[in-house]
Write a protein that binds this ligand. Sequence first.
Ligand SMILES: [Zn+2]
Length: 263
Amino acid sequence: MNHEPFDDLAAVYAVGALDGDDLARFEEHLAAGCERCTAVLRESSEALVELARAVPPAIPPARVKETLLRRAAAFPVAAPRRREPRRRAWLPWAGAAAAAAVVAAALASAFVAARYEARLGVMAREMSAVRARLQRDEAALREEVARYQAAVDLLRDPETRVVTLHGTGPSPAATGRILWNPARGGQLFVANLPPAPAGKAYELWTIAEAPRPAGVFQVDAAGRATHPVEAAPAGTTVKVFAVTLEPAGGVPAPTGPIVLASK
Ligand SMILES: [Zn+2]
C-alpha cells in the first residue's frame, strides 16, 4: 500500500489542523498501528515543544534541526540508500533532506491555508455584520430611551397637557396624543397610521393663526411613531395640531390630505 498520502496528513495532523474525512481517514490509519506515523507525530510534538521553549532566541536549537532533518530523511525522496559510501553521501543527502523538509512544510501550510482561509473569511464577514447590527440596535435603543425620558420630564411639568388627535379622511382608525407644554414643546405619539407611500412622509403642523411646520416623520410597520415637537414662538398660542401626508422632504405649507387633527 502506498504510504505517501499519510506523510502529508501526518504533517498537517501534527499541527492540529486536520479535519473532516482526512481526519477520520488518518486516525483510522493511526489506530491500525502505523509505526512510521506514530514516530512522525512523536518527533513533531517534541520538535514543536523545543521550538516553543526556544522562542527567544528565534534560531531553532540544534536538536530541533536534527529531528526535522531526520524526519525529512524518512521521506522516500532520495534514491535507494547504499550502505558503503556513507560519509561522502551524507552532505548531498542532507541537502536533499533539508529541501524535502522545506517542500513538506510548504505543502502542509498551503494545504492548511487553502482549507481554512475561505472559512475564516466568511467568519470575519459574519462577525463584522453582527457587530454593525448591534451598533445600529444600540443607537436606536438610546434614541428611544431619550424620547421616553423627554416625555417623562414633560409629564412632571404641571403646565403640560395631553391633546388627543383623531384620524380623518383616508385613515379614520389612526389615533394620536401630544404631550404639549407651550414653553418647552412636546412629544407626539401616533398609532394605527398606515405607512406613508414611497416618496411621502407625514408632516405635523401647529396652528396658531396659520399652520406652522413642526417636522416630518414616518411610522413603523405597526403604524406607530414618536415625534418631538418644538415649542411655539413666544407670544403665540397653538390652538390646533394636525398631520398631513406630504412629499418626503416636507413642505412649508400643507398641500396633502389631513390624516390626524386635534379637533
Ligand atoms: Zn502511516
